[in-house]
Design a protein around this ligand. Structure first.
Ligand code: AP5
Length: 219
C-alpha cells in the first residue's frame, strides 16, 4: 500500500503517520525529517536547504525530487510507504508520477488531514520532538511522561527552529499557495479522502483506519 499524507503544517501528519506505518508495516518517508537529518549531518543538501526551512519557504523542487528519486530505490520502501510532506507542489506531483511509472508503482490513496488555521499556531509552538527517534509530542495535548524527555529513549526533546509564530504563519501561506493545488490534481485522479484533523488523536486515528480498511477490502 502506497499512501500520500497531505495537510497544513501541524495538521498531525507526522503523529498519525508513525502509527499507520507501524500498524500496516509500511515505511514513512518524511521529506522534512530527511532534510533535517541532512542539516544535522552538515551535508551540501542540508546547507542549501537550511535557510529555506528556517524562513518557512519550500526547498527548491529540483533538490527535493533528486532526494526522493534516491530514497524510493532503497529496499525499506519495497513493501509500501507513506509519503509525509511530499509532494508539496504540482511539479513535484508530476515528477512523482513519472518516477512511479518507471518503478512500475502507483499511489493508492491520498489522505488529506484538515485543520483550521487557528489551531495550527497553538499546536506548533508547543510541539516538542525527539532528536533520536523522531517521536512527536505536544506540551498539553500529548505530553511526554517525564518533562522534556522522550518516552521511548529518554533523549532531550527539542523545539524546531521553524516552529515560531512568524515562521508558522509563513508556512501556512506557502501551504495554501503552493501545496493546496495538488489536492485538486489528485481529486481528478479520484484518489483523495479527507479527514477531520481536529479532535482526540485516538479518534482521528480510528477514522483513518476505517478509510484504510474499506480501501483494502475493495482492493
Ligand atoms: P515538514 O517537516 O514536512 O513540516 P510540515 O509539513 O510543516 O508539517 P509538520 O511536521 O510541521 O506538521 P505535522 O502535520 O507532521 O504535525 P505533527 O504530527 O508534528 O517540513 C518542514 C520544512 O521542510 C518545510 O517548511 C519546507 O521548508 C521543507 N520541506 C519538506 N518537504 C518539502 C518538500 N516536499 N518540498 C519542499 N520543501 C519541503 O503535529 C503537530 C503538533 O500538534 C504536535 O505537537 C502534535 O503532538 C500535535 N497534534 C497532532 N494531532 C493533534 C490533535 N488531534 N490535537 C491536538 N494536537 C495535535
Amino acid at each position: 500500500m502506497n499512501l500520500i499524507f497531505l495537510g497544513p503544517p501541524g495538521a498531525g501528519k507526522g503523529t498519525q503517520a508513525q502509527r499507520i506505518c507501524w500498524e500496516y508495516s509500511i515505511t514513512q518517508l518524511s521529506t522534512g525529517d530527511l532534510l533535517r537529518a541532512h542539516i544535522s549531518k552538515g551535508t551540501n543538501l542540508g546547507k542549501e536547504a537550511e535557510s529555506f526551512i528556517n524562513a518557512g519557504n519550500l526547498v527548491p523542487d529540483e533538490l527535493i525530487i533528486a532526494l526522493i528519486k534516491e530514497e524510493l530505490l532503497l529496499p525499506q520502501y519495497k513493501n509500501g510507504y507513506l509519503l509525509d510532506g511530499f509532494p508539496r507542489t504540482v511539479p513535484q506531483a508530476i515528477a512523482l508520477d513519472k518516477l512511479l511509472d518507471e518503478l512500475k508503482q502507483s499511489i493508492d490513496l491520498v489522505l488529506v488531514l484538515e485543520v483550521p488555521d487557528e489551531d495550527i499556531v497553538e499546536r506548533l509552538t508547543a510541539r516538542r520532538t525527539c532528536p533520536t527517534c523522531g517521536k512527536v509530542y505536544h506540551l498539553v495535548f500529548n505530553p511526554p511522561l517525564s518533562e522534556g524527555k522522550c518516552d521511548l529513549d529518554g533523549s532531550d526533546l527539542f523545539l524546531r527552529k521553524d516552529d515560531n509564530e512568524e515562521t508558522v504563519t509563513k508556512r501556512l501561506k506557502v501551504y495554501k499557495e503552493q501545496t493546496m493545488p495538488i489536492i485538486k490534481y489528485y481529486q481528478e485522479k479520484n484518489l483523495v479522502q479527507s479527514i477531520n484533523g481536529v479532535g482526540r488523536l485516538e479518534q482521528i486515528y480510528k477514522n483513518i483506519k476505517s478509510i484504510l480498511k474499506s480501501f483494502i477490502k475493495e482492493k
